[in-house]
Write a protein that binds this ligand. Structure first.
Ligand code: SF4
Ligand code: SF4
Length: 366
């Protein structure tokens, strides 16, 4: 399942794997220092750890993305059309450049990345607007009240762009173009998964377990979001504020960040996407957009290559062979199936994209 589905040359894949291992280990060490050691260290040491953390999150991440994109583009054109996958890689590169390099340089805020995922992914943007929250107080000296408000506004702008883009282009817009949490890793390092062992196929029980987790994480994300919205609107005075903020950090670190890394190592790049709360919400919005994979653009020869490369383990071939559209809530719009189809029988569309393509066809036939 998933992975790359190509006879990939060893050297590029090996380099990608090594890069990813370095990225993971550096992330674990720096996150450990940041969360575990810095709060008890001297002010000077804590500042140093903070600087290293931001350099890792912005500059080092950008360098990893550039290296990964170059290597993966070298690989994907060899056996597939690679059209949609190349677009994913360009999209993530531009998003990373804006969020990790240009944005921080313009706003003097090296933590802009905390504000780029829509609610209910994490409630930090709301905490930035809540004057007594632990997050607000921890950043006040550094950013000032104006900086905190700007970060909140930045989040609203990004969220509006993501939601509007999703209504027009479906889940592909976020999960295969903009997401700088798990989406970019899944695409930029796609040929490297899993780092250890072989590709795995999930049983239907495991898929069910992921779908239960999807519900649980959506609930948790909404719970934290509603807690802070209620505080901001004056519905409560913020009881257990510290506890709520701490619980959310634990939720982020263990079943999200470290679990995502664990999936990269033994399973697939998209493991976390099976239950990401923002992804679930976006998938529901994607329903409004009419997102689907059309399977009748050519002739399906039932080779099953599309299903073999799907990182979300969707049975595209089963639908293609009978000419049915694929409308799975799990589809992240990555386009691996479309690029891999030898008879070009698949394409990704939404209502908006369908209208554009009709207009184009109309223009050509006149
Ligand atoms: S499901 Fe979540 S983590 Fe995965 S690509 Fe979409 S927004 Fe990102
Ligand atoms: S069905 Fe969706 S998730 Fe699976 S390969 Fe195709 S576009 Fe990607």
């Amino acid at each position: 399942m998933g992975g790359d589905g190509m006879d990939t040359p060893r050297m590029e894949v090996l380099i990608l794997k090594k890069l990813l291992i370095t990225y993971i280990l550096a992330g674990i060490i720096i996150a450990g220092l940041n969360q575990g050691y810095a709060p008890h260290a001297s002010a000077e040491t804590a500042r140093l750890i903070d600087t290293v953390w931001h350099a890792y999150e912005n500059w080092i991440k950008m360098l990893f993305i550039i290296a990964g994109v170059v290597l993966t583009i070298r690989l994907i054109g060899r056996q597939t059309s690679g059209k949609l996958r190349r677009r994913n890689l360009y999209g993530f590169s531009i998003a990373a450049l804006i969020v990790h390099i240009i944005g921080p340089a313009l706003t003097a805020n090296s933590e802009l990345y905390l504000f780029t995922m829509p609610l209910p992914w994490n409630s930090l943007p709301l905490q930035a607007a809540a004057a007594e929250s632990p997050f607000y107080l921890s950043r006040l000296a550094q950013w000032g009240a104006r900086g905190l408000s700007l970060a909140f506004v930045f989040h609203l702008v990004v969220t509006s762009i993501i939601l509007l883009g999703t209504v027009l282009f479906g889940r592909r817009w976020q999960c295969s173009t903009l997401c700088l949490f798990n989406g970019f890793i899944s695409e930029v390092f796609a040929p490297a998964f899993p780092i250890v062992g072989r590709e795995k196929t999930l049983s239907s029980r495991q898929l069910q377990a992921f779908s239960v987790m999807r519900g649980i994480f959506l609930f948790l994300g909404c719970f934290f979001t509603l807690y802070w919205i209620a505080y901001l609107t004056g519905a409560h005075a913020g009881p257990w504020m510290d506890l709520m903020a701490r619980l959310e950090v634990i939720k982020y670190l263990l079943p999200e960040l470290f679990a995502a890394m664990f999936f990269w190592v033994v399973f697939t790049g998209r493991g976390y996407c099976f239950y990401c709360p923002a992804g679930t919400l976006i998938a529901l919005v994607g329903r409004i957009s009419g997102q689907r994979i059309r399977t009748n653009q050519g002739v399906c020869i039932d080779c099953k290559k599309c299903s073999q490369v799907c990182p979300m383990q969707i049975d595209i071939a089963g639908s293609a062979v009978v000419g049915e559209d694929v409308r799975s809530i799990r589809c992240v719009g990555c386009g691996h199936c479309i690029d891999r189809c030898p008879t070009a029988t698949l394409d990704y569309t939404t209502r908006f994209l369908g209208s554009i393509s009709l207009l184009r066809k109309g223009g050509r036939s006149e």
